[in-house]
Ligand binder design. Structure first.
Ligand code: SF4
Length: 308
C-alpha cells in the first residue's frame, strides 16, 4: 500500500504579543519583538498559496488580538487556502461580535489552549484572572454561532498534571474530539527559565497522560493524543502519539518573525530532542524522538527504558 501523501502545513507566526502571560510560554522572552505588519502577513499568505500549502495555521503569541486578524483569515480563504486554522487562548471569542467576525471571515478550525479544568488551575498558569471564564464563554459563543470545528491543546506541567482526567472531562463536556496533551517544552522560554517549578518527571506525568487518554477512549474520544513524549511510557498507546501522526500526515513549515523552519519535525529531532545509550536495542527506536535535550540536562536519562 502506498504511503499517504503528506499535507503541506505552513504555520505563520504573526508575532509574539499576547494578552496572557503563561508561565511556561516558549515565547516568554520574545514579547517585545516587533509584530509582522498586515502587508507582510498578506505577502506570506500569497507565498503559501504559491507553494501549494493545504493548511495555513495563523498563530502568535496571540494572533486573535490583532485588529487585522479577521481580515487576514478572509484573505487566506479568498486566496483559496483549503484549511485556515488558528491556535488561541480563546479569550477574544468571549465577545460574540469578534467571534462572529472571525467565523464569518471563514476560519475553518480553532484550537483552544486549555490548561486547567477550572479558573484556579488555568488562571494560575496563564497569570490572568478571568482568562478561564473568558475561554469557556468563547467556546460557548462559537457553539451558539454553530461553529463546530473546535479543538484543544493542554500544556502539561507539574501543577496541572494531576488534573488531566478532569481537563479531559471538560473537553468531553464540549464535545471536543481532537485534543493534544503536550509535555511542556523546556528548550526556551518560561519552562527553560523555571524548569524545576514547571517540568514534571516523565515517569510521574505519563501516568496522568495515559489516564486522560483512557478517559477519552472510554467516552468515545479516540482521537486525543499526547505530544513530545518518549514512547517507552506510551508503548500501549501508539495510535495516540501526535509526533508520529504529524510525521505521517503533514509536512510542516514554521514562518516566524525571527526564524524560518522549512521542516519543523526534522529540526525538532536534530535540535531539541534526544535518544541516549539507554535507548539502544529499543524496538521503538526508529519511531521515537526521545526526550527533550534540556530535560536530560536536569533529570538525566535514568527513566528511559528500552522496549524489547
Ligand atoms: S527507550 Fe528511548 S527509543 Fe525507546 S521508547 Fe524510550 S526514549 Fe524512545
Amino acid at each position: 500500500m502506498n504511503a499517504p501523501t503528506r499535507l503541506k502545513k505552513i504555520v505563520i507566526f504573526t508575532g509574539y504579543k499576547c494578552n496572557n502571560k503563561c508561565v511556561f510560554c516558549i515565547d516568554s522572552r520574545k514579547r517585545d519583538f516587533p509584530e509582522k505588519t498586515t502587508s507582510e502577513i498578506v505577502r506570506e499568505l500569497y507565498k503559501a498559496k504559491k507553494e501549494k500549502a493545504d493548511i495555513v495555521e495563523i498563530i502568535g503569541g496571540e494572533s486573535t488580538i490583532r485588529r487585522d486578524f479577521a481580515c487576514v483569515v478572509r484573505t487566506a480563504k479568498k486566496l483559496g487556502i483549503n484549511e485556515v486554522l488558528t491556535s488561541t487562548n480563546g479569550r477574544i471569542f468571549s465577545d460574540i461580535r469578534f467571534a462572529r467576525q472571525i467565523v464569518e471571515a471563514g476560519i475553518d478550525g480553532i484550537i483552544f489552549s486549555i490548561h486547567g479544568h477550572n479558573c484556579e488551575v488555568h488562571d494560575r498558569l496563564t497569570r490572568v484572572p478571568g482568562s478561564f471564564s473568558e475561554l469557556v464563554k468563547g467556546i460557548e459563543n462559537l457553539r451558539k454561532l454553530g461553529f463546530k470545528n473546535i479543538n484543544g491543546n493542554t500544556t502539561v506541567v507539574k501543577s496541572n498534571m494531576r488534573y488531566l482526567p478532569e481537563i479531559g472531562r471538560l473537553y468531553i463536556k464540549y464535545g471536543i474530539k481532537n485534543v493534544e496533551f503536550i509535555f511542556v517544552d523546556p528548550t526556551y522560554g518560561g519552562a527553560h527559565d523555571c524548569f524545576e517549578n514547571l517540568v514534571p518527571k516523565i515517569s510521574e506525568c505519563a501516568l496522568y497522560m495515559r489516564k486522560v487518554l483512557n478517559v477519552g477512549d472510554r467516552n468515545g474520544f479516540p482521537r486525543w493524543k499526547v505530544r513530545y513524549v518518549p514512547l517507552c511510557y506510551f508503548h500501549r498507546h501508539l495510535s495516540h502519539i501526535s509526533d508520529i501522526n504529524e510525521r505521517v500526515l503533514f509536512f510542516t513549515q514554521h514562518w516566524a518573525p525571527d526564524f524560518k523552519n522549512t521542516d519543523a519535525v526534522i529540526s525538532r529531532q536534530m535540535v531539541s530532542r534526544r535518544k541516549t545509550p539507554r535507548c539502544f536495542g529499543c524496538r521503538l527506536f526508529n519511531i521515537c524522538e526521545g526526550i527533550w535535550t534540556e530535560y536530560l540536562k536536569h533529570y538525566g536519562d535514568g527513566e528511559l527504558k528500552a522496549i524489547k
